[in-house]
Design a protein around this ligand. Structure first.
Ligand code: FES
Length: 149
């Protein structure tokens, strides 16, 4: 078995430390620009508001964990999605004139019924979020944990 000399040790440390520092520095930046849509979802349901406050073709955006979620009352009922665009993570808005979610950054458009990409560069649909209505109040997320209780 060969011994590691002081010089070898310093060489190893001088290579490992910068790589570790670089990874520690870059990881939060990458996570900021490329958030995984629902990874940081809250475990408890998030209240959106009263159902009568959301007439047909209106939407409401709420904070869902670290990222916003958008709930829209479509002609086929309520739908809830992560508002984080799957292209470069801009926040999509509800465009009631055309009845689609629109991303202002690179003109990505999403379908409000299932979140699929209608046009533009987004590679994936918007992430759907389960919702529930309790006593005329809309709640999103948090139901998987509740089912186990
Ligand atoms: S970030 Fe949404 S289309 Fe590019």
């Amino acid at each position: 078995m060969s011994k590691i000399t002081r010089r070898d040790f310093i060489k190893i440390v001088s290579r490992v430390l910068p790589a570790t520092g670089l990874a520690v520095t870059i990881a939060p930046i990458v996570a900021y620009f490329y958030p995984s849509n629902l990874e940081d979802s809250p475990t408890e349901p998030v209240r959106v508001g009263r159902i009568d406050e959301l007439p047909e073709n209106e939407s409401k955006t709420v904070l869902f964990g670290r990222y916003p979620a958008i709930v829209v009352n479509t002609s086929q009922g309520l739908r809830a999605f992560s508002a984080v665009c799957t292209h470069f993570a801009c926040i999509v808005k509800w465009n009631k004139e055309i009845g689609q979610f629109a991303c202002p950054c690179h003109a990505g458009f999403y379908d409000p019924i299932d979140g699929h990409v209608i046009s533009g560069p987004p590679p994936r649909p918007l992430a759907s979020i389960p919702f529930n209505i309790v006593n005329d109040e809309i709640y999103i997320g948090g139901f998987i944990r509740n089912r186990r209780d």
